[in-house]
Write a protein that binds this ligand. Structure first.
Ligand SMILES: Cc1cc2nc3c(=O)[nH]c(=O)nc-3n(C[C@H](O)[C@H](O)[C@H](O)COP(=O)(O)OP(=O)(O)OC[C@H]3O[C@@H](n4cnc5c(N)ncnc54)[C@H](O)[C@@H]3O)c2cc1C
Length: 426
């Protein structure tokens, strides 16, 4: 069955994935003599860096999700298909999806990454990941439902377990989530649930390596640790989680942590479409690419963003799986595809690291720029400015800004709704 894309005299580029990489690429191809087909399983783009604010009731999902058809209203010869790619046949240059098939002249795989549970079945079944806006919303529902359940329990041990949260992974996501939850525990939850004693609620942040934010500078890592400790987060570094049984998180040192909520922010693996041979993949289930973002050994197939792995002496583990890499790779690839139209030669990709940052809560953030590091209130302002400017759409930007201002002034997040399909959330 065909995907019903109009026949064309132009060469066709099929892009799988409308994340940071796919979105930037398709935008940059506007006005070129290519026909572009954009396929995603969602009809919206998701701004992953703010998922933790959806999970902690600070932002509505709609504030960080943008409908693709609205973004591309003005773009000609672009065909968007809401569909799941189920197979890529590189011999026949064919992409097979749940809605039908489409042939390509050039294929760009920008499918990102998914949660990696490192083969731990028990954890995969029970832990809450945060890789989609739906999962962030599920996290919000689960946490709030646990507090509701704690109200009607008369077992002190069960109440403790329902209040506690264990977050696994001390990267930016784990750190930001722990900080936001700790602030909720201080400012919001005791007012919402006066019958519960939130002084007993424990937030654990468990990290396998020896420090938090290990990809950032030592000063930012230390400061983030101190910020979190001040907020009352229990930080366990050098500790591996090995399982989850009867609401107990099992640690490699034999200790157990009692918690109904286990959040998994500890690793990702490439979201590889089926049909690509193992020989084309490398570490982390990612596609091996050359310096032009071309998948090694495959004709006319490119990969950009989290799914792509560029191995070199300088980058033995590839580029970091962050938005800036995805956006910059998309820009370079768009330029190269345009050059192809004029039979020009391609330019190699060079990553320019603009820096990294993480926020820990009110007035608290850490920022590492290439030549400058700073932490605290000014870093927090910079964090907010950068994230606001990265949001797609003026309306969303304003909505988020007003939300943040309101939350800042009132010490409150107003979106504590448990929303599920069906008659009610009970
Ligand atoms: C919670 C969280 C916080 C983060 N915070 C930051 C941060 O602060 N700063 C930063 O730089 N980076 C951050 N990142 C990482 C950043 O979001 C990623 O590096 C970036 O999204 C990668 O872009 P991408 O386009 O490669 O993939 P994605 O943005 O993940 O997009 C992939 C797209 O492909 C689609 N797709 C996948 N498979 C299929 C299929 N088979 N069929 C159809 N569609 C498919 C998906 O629906 C998705 O839209 C964060 C990530 C997470 C999860």
């Amino acid at each position: 069955m065909p995907l019903n894309i109009p026949e064309t005299q132009h060469e066709r580029i099929v892009v799988i994935g409308a994340g940071f990489a796919g979105l930037k690429l398709v935008r940059a191809l506007r006005g070129t003599m290519y026909q572009v087909v954009l396929i995603d399983r969602n009809n919206f783009h998701q701004f992953q860096p703010l998922f933790y604010q959806v999970a902690t009731a600070g932002l509505e999902p709609s504030a960080i999700s943008f409908p693709l058809r609205k973004i591309f209203q003005q773009q000609n010869d672009l065909h968007i298909r809401l569909s799941e790619v189920i197979n890529v046949n590189t011999d026949d240059k064919l992409v097979q999806t749940t809605l039908g098939d489409v042939h390509y002249d050039f294929l760009v795989i920008a499918t990102g990454a998914n949660t990696n549970f490192f083969g731990m079945k028990q954890i995969a079944e029970s832990a809450l990941p945060m890789k989609t806006v739906g999962e962030a919303l599920n996290l919000r529902n689960t946490i709030l439902k646990n507090y509701e359940a704690a109200l009607t329990s008369d077992d002190p041990s069960e109440i403790e377990s329902l209040l506690n949260t264990v977050i696994v992974g001390g990267g930016p996501t784990g750190v930001e989530l722990a900080g936001a939850l700790a602030e909720m525990r201080t400012y919001v939850l005791p007012k919402d649930y006066p019958e519960l004693n939130f002084r007993k609620m424990k937030i654990y942040l468990v990290e396998a390596s020896t420090k938090l934010l290990s990809s950032m500078s030592a000063s930012s890592s230390d400061k983030a640790t101190r910020f979190l400790e001040k907020l009352g987060v229990n930080i366990l570094t050098g500790i591996q989680v090995t399982g989850y049984e009867n609401d107990e998180v099992l640690l490699h040192n034999g200790e157990h942590l009692k918690a109904h909520t286990l959040i998994w922010a500890a690793g990702i693996r490439g979201e590889l479409p089926k049909g690509i041979a193992e020989v084309n993949t490398g570490r982390g289930n990612r596609l091996l690419i050359d310096e032009y973002n071309q998948v090694k050994g495959l004709d006319s197939v490119f990969a950009i963003g989290d799914i792509a792995l560029f191995e070199s002496d300088l980058t033995p583990n590839g580029y970091p799986q962050v938005a800036q890499v995805a956006i910059q790779q998309a820009s370079t690839l768009a330029g190269n595809l345009k050059r192809k139209l004029k039979s020009g030669s391609m330019k190699p990709f060079r990553y320019y690291n603009k820096g990294s940052m993480a926020t820990i809560g009110r007035n608290k953030a850490v920022v590492d720029l290439p030549f400058l590091r700073f932490q605290g209130f000014f870093a927090w302002l910079v964090w907010m400015f950068v994230h606001l400017m990265s949001i797609v759409g003026v309306k969303n930007r304003m909505l988020i800004f007003i939300n943040w201002l309101w939350n800042y002034m009132t010490y409150d997040q107003s979106l504590r709704l448990i929303m599920k399909p069906g008659k009610g959330s009970a």
